[in-house]
Design a protein. Structure first.
Length: 256
């Protein structure tokens, strides 16, 4: 799979891969690129398969395939080892990499994510909705999980931009990644992850709340630490950009 990506930052910097959520594209990481480059990192961000400018697969995706896309991208770029920062589906991809390709992973930052989310049936239903009702309807619902109501009132233009991001995602690409989440159970893998890991959860995240999601990761991954960010829903890196960037860069500077 040819993965659409952008590389920015000093060529000699340690590489940080940014992996995004379902219904997003690589621009969801705009707030973190400047701070990471200022901290000396080389930033690689990419579109998940079926999202943004990465092609829609002809079959339902698995987490192993999403992780494999990152490994292939690192091979293409000639990068042996990278830090991986992922949010939601991106965090799941990051955990898969930490478990199955530990030699390729430096530090991990797992944002607003989970080791087991919903049921296969609930994700099948979401995929069916995407196909039947269209992506604008999916965006109408997900925007209320991505951001708090107060933030949406204060940032109407950004709210529209992120709504458009999901609405513009191909329904089949979205459905393919619903299958990856529905088929995922990373719980048994967590104790096997050896990368130094920071878990960040949004206090107001209705999709992957700290309780039962971020706290499980932090308890089960050896040595992991949990930070809960106030006034942040699911796309906490956009709603609280300075705090997320500070936590991410501080962790990655400490482990490099
Ligand atoms: O964002 C993800 O990758 C999964 C969680 C989710 O579906 C949140 C949403 O878009 O409503």
């Amino acid at each position: 799979m040819k993965v659409n990506h952008v590389v920015e930052g000093p060529p000699e910097g340690e590489v940080v891969v940014l992996s995004g959520s379902i219904g997003s594209n690589l621009s969801m990481w705009d707030p973190q690129v400047g701070p990471l480059i200022s901290a000396g990192f080389r930033v690689v961000r990419y579109d998940q398969r079926g999202h943004g400018r990465t092609a829609v697969p002809d079959h339902p995706a698995t987490l192993a395939e999403l992780g494999g896309d990152v490994l292939e991208l690192l091979d293409t770029l000639g990068v042996e080892r990278a830090h991986v920062v992922g949010l939601s589906l991106g965090g799941m991809t990051a955990m898969w990499l930490g478990r199955h390709a530990p030699e390729r992973v430096g530090g991990l930052v797992l944002c607003c994510t989970s080791a087991r989310l919903g049921t296969p049936e609930s994700w099948r239903q979401r995929a069916d909705d995407a196909r039947a009702r269209g992506m604008a309807a999916i965006a109408d619902t997900s925007i209320g999980r991505w951001f708090t109501a107060d933030w949406l009132v204060a940032h109407p233009d950004l709210g529209r931009e992120y709504h458009h991001m999901t609405a513009a995602t191909p329904a089949e690409g979205y459905a393919a990644c619903c299958h990856a989440i529905g088929g995922m159970d990373l719980v048994p893998d967590l104790p096997e992850i050896t990368a130094p890991t920071l878990v960040i959860a949004g206090a107001d995240d209705p999709a992957t709340p700290p309780e039962g999601h971020g706290d499980v990761l932090a308890k089960s991954i050896p040595g992991a630490r949990l930070e809960i960010v106030e006034q942040a829903a699911h796309l906490g890196n956009v709603e609280r950009p300075e705090r997320f960037s500070e936590l991410i860069t501080t962790h990655l500077k400490a482990v490099r």
